[in-house]
Design a binder for this molecule. Structure first.
Ligand SMILES: O=C[C@H](O)[C@H](O)COP(=O)(O)O
Ligand SMILES: C=C(OP(=O)(O)O)C(=O)O
Length: 453
């Protein structure tokens, strides 16, 4: 075994700071540059949150998904908050993702790569730099990592100390995730336990009957002498939008095994729809790190855009390196996605395609809430499967904003959430999430679509 420490090539290190010469969209206007520099220096000394070896394993898993041999389930809050990083809420989200993964694995007979929009999803891009309520206009809320949600002048001032709080909150969230997924809680023989504590509803009942089938199968196999110790733990990866350069740069580390740079704030980092300009900071920066990278693609994306993104982000056509996360909207996916999928299919690139059925389906309700219709979400998922079926390509995953809690933020679902319910159970500080039951319903739909293939 070679245990020599490999230093970074000076050109690689210099390249990491190339982004400083480029425009970077969606960054806060910090009031005090010195205070930012101090926080960056402190972050640069903190231990990595994730490790290069884990990131490499994830790349292999995503390569399997791109090749049609696995399916990616990526989900979590729109905007994580410091206040909600409690054991109960984190456990509910992990349980929801584990339940969804079981539904998918069992329904589709495919391994599921589990990934949270968790332990780092604190920064938000916004449509407008400001928010106006009545005759007061203040800077927009850009996520707990930047400023406070309260609509006061004081709260909305960007505060770099929040980046340290985001780091520590991510560390404690990750600690819990590791405990839940490595400590026996995620054991497939506990498939029933993950349901405990959630309200009884039709999706849960469907889940319970599936859990009974799994139980019977496990007991049968155990009686035949199978060893289920492998099922005690499960891999679980973290991801977030790589938006805030003052956070991501100091948490980028050189892997001592290879000398390569890795962002260590999360395993998988994506570039948002608002920051994927080819000549801007985000594409440049993420082209230089070894993590698997996602890019959100909205309905205006052209073939030339993805050809260039592939060249910039995956010049070596490395399996698992690049994931396209399409978020076209239910009304557009069947028209806008085929040309992109077909162009890539006919090239030498092999990215993973996944659907985000949330971000193209935003509406504002009559009573003033940002929401999404569950029917639109389901329809975009169906459209995604249809397009890939027609093109002969693999629909490799879903990316959803969800919570394990019993909120009312998206309209519809079998609980028939209406506009009035939003007034009682709307908790998101940014975009609406699927609640626990809607998440399970979505998982059943995806499993059916996968099984049909
Ligand atoms: O989560 C995504 C974006 O941050 C969000 O949709 C932007 O919302 P806004 O249009 O309210 O700024
Ligand atoms: C901002 C997001 O999405 P998009 O870039 O697709 O708008 C998000 O996923 O939080």
């Amino acid at each position: 075994m070679n245990d020599q420490i490999v230093a970074a090539d000076p050109a690689v290190l210099a390249g990491l700071d190339n982004y400083l010469k480029l425009p970077a969209a969606q960054q806060p206007n910090w009031p005090d540059a010195n205070a930012v520099a101090e926080v960056r220096a402190e972050l640069a000394k903190m231990p990595p949150l994730v490790f290069a070896g884990e990131v490499d394993i994830l790349r292999d898993r995503l390569a399997a998904a791109a090749a049609g041999k696995a399916f990616l389930l990526q989900g979590g809050d729109c905007a994580e908050t410091f206040a909600d990083a409690t054991a109960d809420r984190i456990r509910n989200r992990v349980k929801t993702l584990l339940q969804m993964a079981v539904v998918l694995t069992y329904g589709a007979s495919l391994p599921v790569v589990k990934m949270g929009r968790m332990a780092g999803q604190f920064a938000k891009p916004r449509s407008s730099d400001t928010e106006t309520r009545g005759d007061v206009t203040l800077p927009a809320f850009r996520g707990d990592i930047v400023n406070g949600y309260d609509f006061t002048e004081e709260a909305r001032v960007p505060d770099p100390q929040r980046m340290l709080k985001a780091y520590h909150t991510s560390a404690s969230t990750l600690n819990l995730i590791r405990a839940f997924t490595q400590g026996g809680f995620a054991d497939l023989r506990s498939v029933h336990e993950w349901n405990r504590g959630f309200a009884n509803n039709p999706a849960n009942e469907r889940y319970l009957s599936l859990a009974q089938e799994i139980d019977r199968a496990i007991k049968f196999m155990a009686a035949c002498g199978a060893d289920f110790n492998e099922l005690r733990t499960t891999e679980f990866y973290t991801s977030h939008e790589g938006l805030l350069m003052d956070y991501e740069r100091p948490l980028t580390r050189i892997d001592s095994r290879t000398g390569n740079p890795y962002i260590t704030s999360g395993h998988f980092i994506w570039i948002g729809e608002r920051t994927r300009q080819m000549d801007h900071a985000h594409v440049d920066y993420l082209s230089r790190v070894r993590n698997p990278i996602g890019v959100k693609l909205g309905p205006t994306t052209q073939v030339e855009d993805i050809v260039e993104l592939i060249e910039r982000l995956d010049p070596n056509r490395e399996p698992g390196r690049l994931t396209f996360i399409t978020r076209m909207g239910a009304g557009k996916i069947r028209d806008e996605l085929p040309k992109l999928v077909e162009a890539v299919r006919d090239s030498d690139a092999n990215p993973l395609w996944i659907t985000d059925p949330m971000h193209g389906n935003g509406i504002t309700t009559k009573n003033g809430y940002k929401s999404r219709r569950f029917d639109d979400v389901m329809d975009e998922v169906r459209g995604f499967f249809e397009v890939h079926k027609a093109a002969g390509t693999f629909p490799g995953g879903v990316h959803v904003e969800l919570t394990g809690d019993d909120v009312a933020e998206c309209l519809g679902g079998s609980e028939q959430i209406d506009e009035a319910s939003l007034e009682e159970r709307y908790e998101s500080l940014c975009d609406p999430r699927l609640n626990h039951m809607q998440s399970l319903e979505l998982a059943f739909l995806v499993a059916e679509q996968l099984a049909k293939r």
